[in-house]
Design a protein around this ligand. Structure first.
Ligand code: SAH
Length: 230
């Protein structure tokens, strides 16, 4: 995964800077850059930065966007507005997937609350990224746009869900064994009429269950075996 950098161009609202820092922190990112912020750092920046004061404190300020992304291998410009002329357009999910495959620093560049990104800033980047949204109301709050981008980047890394158990999956051999037991039970009880399509039906049924666990298949096989014994 690339090192992800979040760049805010001319942000004006201290709450947005703090909330952006928090959005980054919750998704495991910490490299925040401010380009020509419209006001000097203030204590209010921390108000929305719960648990992310460290990201805020480490944020670097640059005079220009060029300086903020000089060492990046790729830069993705975020804008709600479609533009007649722009770098290659991607939706946010495709952008995150692409960024995740780059083994170098990658920047996601956001515009100011009032005016968005300038054309020059847009063309300093290689991609224009849209967050799909409702037509006519597609402009997200700055920090919320940062959250969506960081979430998609996090998902593109293949995050692990806490508490998720990883069970051994059933193999083809296990499942064929289950089919064998089903057939034995169905024929020996006379349930399966000659020429019946039962075999195909249960194959269809189990093919719709992705990720069958070995333990689950063994329970069904054990049950059939014990019924057959009686
Ligand atoms: N009023 C500004 C937009 C402000 S929103 C304008 O007209 O352009 C602040 C920033 O959040 C935008 O510059 C952009 O970087 C990001 N953003 C908001 N909504 C977005 C969306 N739907 N897709 C991509 N980026 C978005």
């Amino acid at each position: 995964m690339a090192d992800i950098r979040i760049v805010l161009c001319r942000p004006s609202h201290p709450g947005n800077i703090g909330a952006a820092a928090r959005a980054m922190k919750t998704m495991g990112f910490s490299d925040l850059r401010l380009v020509a912020p419209q006001r000097p750092p203030a204590p209010q920046d921390e108000w929305m930065a719960t648990h992310a004061a460290d990201v805020l404190a480490a944020a670097r300020t640059h005079a220009t966007l060029a300086e903020a992304i000089a060492d990046c291998a790729a830069a993705f410009a975020l804008s709600a507005r479609p533009r007649e002329w722009s770098p290659q357009v991607l939706d946010v999910r495709a952008a995150a997937t692409r960024a995740a495959s780059v083994a170098a620093p990658v920047a996601f560049v956001f515009g100011s609350e009032s005016a968005g990104l300038t054309n020059d800033e847009l063309f300093a980047c290689q991609f224009l990224v849209h967050i799909p949204a409702a037509p006519g109301a597609s402009s997200l709050n700055l920090a919320q746009a940062v959250q969506v981008v960081c979430y998609e980047l996090h998902m593109a890394q293949g995050p692990s869900v806490p508490g998720m158990r990883t069970e051994k999956l059933a193999t083809v051999e296990d499942i064929e064994g289950l089919y064998g037991h089903l057939e034995e039970a169905a024929t020996s009880t006379g349930f399966m009429a000659p020429g019946s399509r039962l075999r195909e039906r249960w194959r269809r049924l189990f093919s719709r269950v992705p990720g069958l666990e070995r333990e689950e298949v063994n329970i069904l096989r054990g049950l059939l075996k014990s019924l057959l014994k009686k």
